[in-house]
Design a protein around this ligand. Structure first.
Ligand SMILES: Nc1nc2c(c(=O)[nH]1)N[C@H]1C(S)=C(S)[C@@H](COP(=O)(O)OP(=O)(O)OC[C@H]3O[C@@H](n4cnc5c(=O)[nH]c(N)nc54)[C@H](O)[C@@H]3O)O[C@H]1N2
Ligand SMILES: Nc1nc2c(c(=O)[nH]1)N[C@H]1C(S)=C(S)[C@@H](COP(=O)(O)OP(=O)(O)OC[C@H]3O[C@@H](n4cnc5c(=O)[nH]c(N)nc54)[C@H](O)[C@@H]3O)O[C@H]1N2
Ligand code: SF4
Ligand SMILES: [Mo]
Length: 887
């Protein structure tokens, strides 16, 4: 009987329930958990492909010191010794942890306790600084606590859903599907998307406001003034439960209608329509994500939104409220344990002496951090200038994901002692570690995560620990013990969770929002069986709710006077004066990759949707800088450079380029876009402004372009542009050279490790410059190379399919060097539906055959019938074909 395990998806903050099955032959499969209240059985493309990302290829299996395998005892003793010595010689602030919203709550709790309570410094920060810290700061300013008031159901109950700075269709796909289903069932429901780019999410929007980058504060200040002018303010709510209204109004009133139009760049009609909709609709939810948080005015953006909800009293009631969509699976759990450098555990404040005393008494710890520690960008600056002598990085890849990434890499290299805990042996960060510690990954580790709607779910193990890999919490507790501290004798994650829950309830009595005291004494068997629940879950009276609890319906907030605060704001003034860097670089995500690709990059299916790093450019900008579609573009700032493929599209606004954050030095020559991102941060939250970077964009002059498929991973790539992706049966490679290559055949032998005895089948056209080479081992294709002076036009998915095909007949081999599919091998085109491998050409032919709805396409081709993440794209293709046919 195959064993089923209920667990939680390790990717985004939606926090979907997953059922993992291990068959008798050890093969793992996953499906959505129909009983989980976040997804009710749905999974997106990334969740559906989880089983493809848990192989041991590239795994870090044993501790290493200076690149040599060692045992845990030696490694942990060394870590404890080097941290202790640094502290003894230079004080507690000379060491730091940089951790992650992908840790489980139990790991995170131990990391925070060790640093803040025992080492006595607050130099622990997390990648959530790059992700959620503006929301945290905005919540604390408005509510007096870092509280997300609403629940997912609110999006389904609302009559107006505003998605601002959120590409929900790609980044929170299951919430997007819930929203799309609710809108389909209740077509009166309106959706407004606010994003400088037209994204897949905009496709369900009744109104898309393509605002100028970072003009959000002006937009929402204008809305606030409009609500007042049109009498939409809930005077009672404002009088009873808030303060600061008049001050906020005074600054909002200074902004004229023409200021707002100028700053946002919106047509007056669109602006009026948006203000009208918000004013007229009581049930409004405003969801926001990184287009809001990742800004030099991120905290102000958050408060500009909350101001409008407070003014109308639309908060904490069904279908109403501001809603911060968290990115990582445990961004919320990290906030609960106080993983940010400026927070204490259990939503207590580091600046508050009573809180410090309370936490120290609870932990019975020798010390307690007295002031906030260094925030991520400052932390790595302190590493760079030598203030940090020992650094422990856990479950994050800062050489790829931090702004000014080349400087971060140099800082890590120069740091006297760096420990990295990861699941992979080769990442852009692990390569600079003095000590590498192998961690358990998803499916092996055990603990809890909290999703965007405050729901705590279990991640459970269903695989054996590979090699000597051990849990992150265990590594931290062992180092704590070896540094001579009591309080780290945990036997299991259940032990840690019980302590964390007890701290949340300790001297709380309703004074703090985060309370899961109902689980204070949780034992191993109950922890094992724990069902998803939402906090608060208070001890007295014991309330454990499976959902529906909202905050602030009673108008009681967590500032000492119990009132919420309006925040008086200034609109940000955009500075676009530097003509050397005239473009605005916007960075973010694509549908099928997760962050730095260490896991999703393993899946051929997920890599087939978008296989290369790219820059989205407006057609007129492309003409101006002389970039043609699919040629290459060089993006540069004073901090660094990247070379990526040009994707010319009307979805992009003029003057802006969008580049995904995912590609790194393992998958591309020079596409680590954070090397280009300036380390500019929000002054309150310290969150980097990753969406608005002044850059130049220019054509990269390639003299030849190449595409290749190969059975083994290409090695030793040295062209100025290359991008590698996993493909069924091997790898696919895109590249470009700026030098003449004398002998492509030799190049192939070196790059694809082709044995000397094998002769290529070749074709070269000296006139056009086209070269094609294929190497066969018997009837099996080892590698095929296509070179052209222009971007190579060969059908990619068809070429990849040849890796798995038999080439027993000469005709088939020649078809390959001819570079075009025969009539018996039609080209499916670029992948749209990665779950079922359906390409754009197949969908177009189904549309031409009369399938004019997403459902009809699904019935004909199966596209969009598994996870549904591609349904918006399919709708776009249908619309495009029908529009073209009508012309
Ligand atoms: N597929 C996928 N899903 C993910 C992740 C992933 O790596 N891959 N990561 C997860 C994580 S950790 C996070 S934090 C979330 C992020 O989820 P999102 O925030 O939805 O994703 P992003 O692509 O970073 O940015 C969202 C949008 O902000 C827009 N934007 C840029 N500037 C502005 C501006 O000035 N104002 C406004 N209003 N919008 C602007 C961008 O054009 C972009 O479309 O996704 C999570 N989900
Ligand atoms: N330009 C730009 N930069 C950005 C962003 C952006 O939008 N634009 N977004 C920012 C945001 S919101 C985020 S959240 C960050 C994300 O950036 P990162 O956190 O750097 O990205 P990940 O690839 O998720 O890194 C996780 C690392 O942990 C490892 N890992 C996986 N599971 C485990 C485990 O259980 N234990 C341990 N110890 N390791 C594990 C993985 O192999 C990987 O190396 O990027 C930020 N950087
Ligand atoms: S929406 Fe997708 S990535 Fe996010 S938790 Fe659900 S299955 Fe995982
Ligand atoms: Mo994030």
């Amino acid at each position: 009987m195959p064993a089923e395990t209920k667990t939680t998806c390790p990717y985004c903050g939606v926090g979907c329930g997953v059922i993992a099955t291990v068959a008798d032959d050890g093969v793992v499969s996953v499906k959505g958990d129909p009983d989980h209240p976040a997804n009710f059985g749905r999974l997106c493309s990334k969740g559906s492909a989880l089983a493809e990302t848990i192989d041991l290829d590239g795994r870090l299996l044993y501790p290493e010191i200076a690149g040599q395998r060692t045992g845990w005892n030696t490694a942990l003793d060394l870590v404890a010794d080097r941290f202790s010595r640094a502290i003894a010689e230079h004080g507690p602030d000379s060491v730091a942890f940089y951790v992650s919203g992908q840790l489980l709550t139990e790991d995170y709790y131990v990391a925070n306790k060790l640093m803040k309570g025992f080492i006595g410094s607050a130099n622990i920060d997390t990648n959530s600084r790059l992700c959620m810290s503006s929301s945290v700061a905005g919540h604390r300013r408005a509510f007096g606590a870092d509280t997300v008031p609403g629940v997912y159901e609110d999006l389904e109950l609302a009559d107006l859903v505003i998605l601002t700075g959120s590409n929900l269709a790609w980044c929170h796909p299951v919430i997007y599907q819930r929203l799309a289903a609710a809108k389909a069932a209740r077509p009166g429901m309106k959706v407004v998307v606010i994003d400088p780019r037209r994204t897949m999410t905009s496709d369900i929007a009744d109104l898309h406001l393509a605002i100028r980058p970072d003009s959000d504060v002006a937009l929402f200040m204008g809305l606030f003034a409009h609500l007042i002018a049109s009498g939409a303010v809930d005077q009672n709510y404002v009088a009873e439960h808030t303060s600061g209204f008049n001050e906020a109004f005074a600054t909002a009133a200074t902004l004229s209608a023409s200021d707002i139009l100028e700053q946002t760049g919106l047509p007056a009609m669109q602006l009026r329509e948006f203000y009208r909709l918000f004013t007229a609709t009581e049930k409004v939810v405003t969801c926001y994500s990184q287009g809001v948080n990742q800004s030099s005015t991120g905290t102000d953006k958050v408060n500009s939104i909350i101001n409008c909800h407070l003014a109308t009293g639309r908060i904490g009631r069904p279908g109403m409220g501001p809603f911060s969509l968290t990115g990582q699976p445990n961004a919320m759990g990290g906030r609960e344990v106080g993983g940010l450098a400026n927070m204490l555990a259990a939503h207590m404040a580091i600046e508050n002496a009573d809180d410090r005393d309370r936490v120290q008494r609870f932990w019975q710890s020798p010390a307690i951090a007295r002031k906030p520690g260094l925030k991520a960008v400052d932390l790595f600056k302190a590493v760079a200038d030598g203030r940090i002598k020992a650094l422990w990085i856990m479950a994050t890849n800062p050489v790829v994901s931090m702004p000014d990434a080349d400087a971060v890499e140099a800082a890590i290299k120069a740091c006297p002692f760096v420990v990295v805990s990861d699941v992979l042996s080769d990442t852009d960060t692990t390569r600079h570690a003095d000590v590498l510690l192998p961690s358990l990954g998803w499916g092996e580790k055990n603990g809890t995560v909290t999703n965007s709607e405050r729901r705590i779910s279990r991640q459970r193990d269903f695989l054996d620990a590979p090699g000597d890999a051990r849990a992150d919490w265990w590594q931290l507790a062992e180092v704590g013990r070896r540094m001579g501290f009591n309080g780290f004798g945990y036997a299991s994650p259940a032990d840690i969770f019980a302590e964390h829950a007890a701290l949340s309830a300790f001297e709380n009595d309703g004074s703090r929002d985060f309370d899961i005291g109902a689980f204070a004494g949780v034992d191993e068997p109950s922890y094992r069986l724990m069902s998803p629940f939402q906090w608060p879950a208070t001890p007295e009276p014991a309330t454990v709710s499976s959902g529906g609890k909202r905050f602030f319906a009673d108008g009681r907030f967590y500032h000492p006077d119990g009132r919420a605060r309006f925040v008086a704001l200034e609109p940000a003034v955009a500075d676009r004066t530097n003509s050397d860097y005239p473009f605005t670089l916007n960075t973010g995500r694509i549908r099928d990759q997760w962050h730095t690709m260490t896991r999703t990059g393993k899946s051929a299916r997920l890599s087939s949707h978008i296989a290369e790093p790219f820059a989205e450019l407006h057609p007129r900008d492309a003409i101006e800088i002389g970039v043609g579609n699919a040629t290459l573009v060089e993006i540069e700032s004073p901090h660094g450079k990247a070379i990526v493929r040009a994707l010319i599209t009307e979805r992009q606004a003029r003057g802006s380029v969008f580049v995904p954050m995912h590609w790194n030095d393992q998958f591309a020559a020079k596409a680590r876009i954070d090397a280009v991102v300036a380390p500019v941060t929000d002054p309150l939250s310290g969150q980097p402004a990753s969406k608005n970077v002044a850059v130049s964009a220019r054509a990269f002059a390639a003299i030849s372009y190449g595409f290749a498929v190969s059975a083994t991973r290409p090695e030793g790539l040295d062209t100025p542009y290359w991008a590698l992706a996993k493909a069924d049966g091997g790898w696919r490679l895109e590249f470009a050279a700026d030098n003449h290559v004398e002998d492509w055949s030799r190049w192939c032998r070196r790059t694809f490790a082709i044995p000397e005895v094998l002769e290529p089948l070749g074709y070269a056209d000296l006139q056009s410059g086209d070269i094609r080479l294929a190497f066969f081992d018997g009837d099996r294709l080892l590698a095929a190379l296509f070179i052209a002076r222009q971007p190579v036009a060969v059908a990619r998915n068809w070429a990849i399919a040849q890796l798995g095909a038999s080439h027993d007949q000469p005709r088939k081999r020649f078809a390959l060097v001819a570079g075009r599919p025969g009539s018996d091998m039609p080209d499916p085109g670029a992948t749209v539906c990665s779950c079922l491998g359906v390409g754009v050409n197949q969908i177009i032919s189904a549309v031409r055959g009369g399938c004019h709805s997403v459902e009809a396409i699904g019935a004909q081709t199966k596209a969009g019938t598994n996870c549904g993440s591609c349904r918006a794209e399919i709708r776009g293709i249908i619309d495009g074909c029908l529009a073209a046919a009508a012309e």
